[in-house]
Design a protein around this ligand. Structure first.
Ligand code: EPZ
Length: 420
């Protein structure tokens, strides 16, 4: 197993290119199941979660070549519609094959995702919506067994909560359903919007793209012809590097970004005292004279993303005054708190709210990564800490950050990837 050794403090300087968004690539690869013709997707990040999904596709009978961030995939010969436990247990986003497999083939079995480090993460809303579309859903031997022999029907669906992968699953299911599906309270994350745009470009009539109400006119099981497309930049990876610059009082430029997708994040960096300049598809962060405290409450897009909460908590350790961070989406997404405390952070946790006092001179220590974003917070804290920080279990980071240590090294960080 690998670990990261960071010797701090560093001051980051330079320029890097942001990779394609993992959370856009996963549903868009799943969407290729709606087609029986070859399709090409560009700018896919080379991260572990993508390889896990492709392993699942291989088992389904998909034919593909993934190299140089480009996926050429042909799902004509799919002859298996079961997503097995061994894969789903390593990546919950495997649930994204449920909607497309069911709508194209009329049946599928997907292992029920179990618990998760950041919260319970139920999938009841995915299943309820598919039932409203006429599917029969049973839970047998740990598997969701979904059938709709005559295909899915359009329906009027109101999501009780805003769910990102739930919205994506049902949008894909509705694309091949019979008739019109009205979706209310749909997630508006850029990743959901790109999914809708790709389906629209492939001939699916979707009204309301980018809003929380969609009307999708299904093709009645006519498979789609997906045109080639490129994955949008990863707004969470970009936000993480902006925080890395801010916490080290460095100046960095990010290329390949969509600035609008980062509005909630850059607004908070502004509040913390940083200056940000945007030009077309690049952005430069200039450091604060002195980082100032801030308040954050995570919510759905376009609000402040839960996927940036941990990184801003690392930043708050260096901000002057009291920062307050409230996590409203996931009940257990504070696993980084005790690790940041090992570096010396002053954090008081009560319920869903963390209160931090800063700035604190963090001191290097041994720490453990617990989930993807929690791990990136430890990297940021390690960059600001004095001395050596060893971050263990970095397979969490590999799930969603492409060559993180190489990008940070390019920016001047003293970081090494070593074997335990
Ligand atoms: C997506 O997870 C992302 N994953 C997560 O990214 C992200 O943290 C999350 O959205 C929130 O933005 C992918 O896109 C692959 P949700 P998802 O369904 O879709 C509740 C990362 O680090 N809920 O939007 O699983 C749920 O418990 C990650 O890249 C139900 O109650 O999240 C949560 O409180 C991790 N019933 C809230 O809704 C359901 O059926 C939002 O979850 C579904 C969700």
């Amino acid at each position: 197993m690998d670990y990261l050794r960071i010797t701090g403090p560093s001051q980051l300087e330079g320029e890097i290119t942001v990779s394609g968004a993992k959370n856009a690539a996963l549903p868009l690869i799943a969407a290729t199941l709606l087609s029986d013709e070859p399709c090409t997707i560009e700018n896919i990040p080379e991260v572990a979660d993508i390889h896990t999904l492709l392993k699942l596709f291989d088992k389904l009978g998909s034919k593909f070549i993934f190299e140089d961030h480009t996926l050429n995939i042909d799902n004509e010969a799919i002859d298996n519609t079961t997503a097995t436990y061994d894969i789903v247990k390593t990546m919950r986003a495997s649930i994204l094959v449920l909607g497309p497999l069911l709508s194209r083939f009329g049946h599928c079995e997907v292992s029920l995702p179990g618990g998760c480090a950041i919260g319970q993460r139920p999938i009841d809303l995915h299943l309820k919506a598919l039932e409203l579309m006429g599917a029969t859903i049973e839970i047998k031997n740990g598997y969701i067994v979904a059938t709709a022999p005559a295909g899915l029907n359009g329906a009027h669906i109101i999501f009780d909560k805003v769910t990102v992968t739930g919205s994506e699953n049902i949008i894909m299911a509705a694309a091949l359903a019979k008739g019109k599906t009205e979706l209310i309270n749909v997630a508006k994350e850029p990743e959901v919007v790109q999914l809708c745009e790709v389906l629209y470009d492939s001939g699916v009539d979707i009204e309301g793209i980018g809003t929380d109400e969609l009307i999708i006119h299904g093709t009645d099981r006519e498979p789609l012809k997906l045109n080639s497309f490129s994955i949008i930049p990863d707004r969470i990876e970009a936000g993480t590097y902006l925080c890395a610059a801010a916490i080290t009082y460095g100046t960095i430029t990010l290329n390949n970004i969509i600035a609008d997708h980062l509005d909630a994040v850059t607004a908070k960096l502004h509040e913390a005292g940083c200056r940000i300049e945007t030009r077309n598809d690049s952005m430069t962060l200039y450091p604060a004279a002195k980082l100032k405290s801030f308040e954050i409450s995570t919510t759905e897009y376009p609000g402040f993303p839960t996927d940036m909460q941990a990184q801003f908590m690392a930043l708050a350790t260096q901000a002057e005054g009291v920062s307050i961070i409230e996590e409203r989406l996931f009940e257990n997404r504070f696993m980084h708190v005790s690790e940041l405390q090992r570096l010396g952070a002053s954090i008081h946790l009560k319920g869903h709210t963390a209160t931090l006092n800063g700035p604190i001179q963090l001191l290097g220590a041994e720490v453990m990564a617990t989930d993807l974003r929690a791990s990136s917070a430890l990297v940021l804290a390690g960059l600001a800490a004095k001395g050596v920080t060893n971050i263990h279990r970095i397979y969490h980071l590999d799930r969603g950050y492409e060559v993180l240590h190489e990008k940070l090294k390019k920016l001047g960080a003293k970081i090494e990837r070593l074997k335990e």
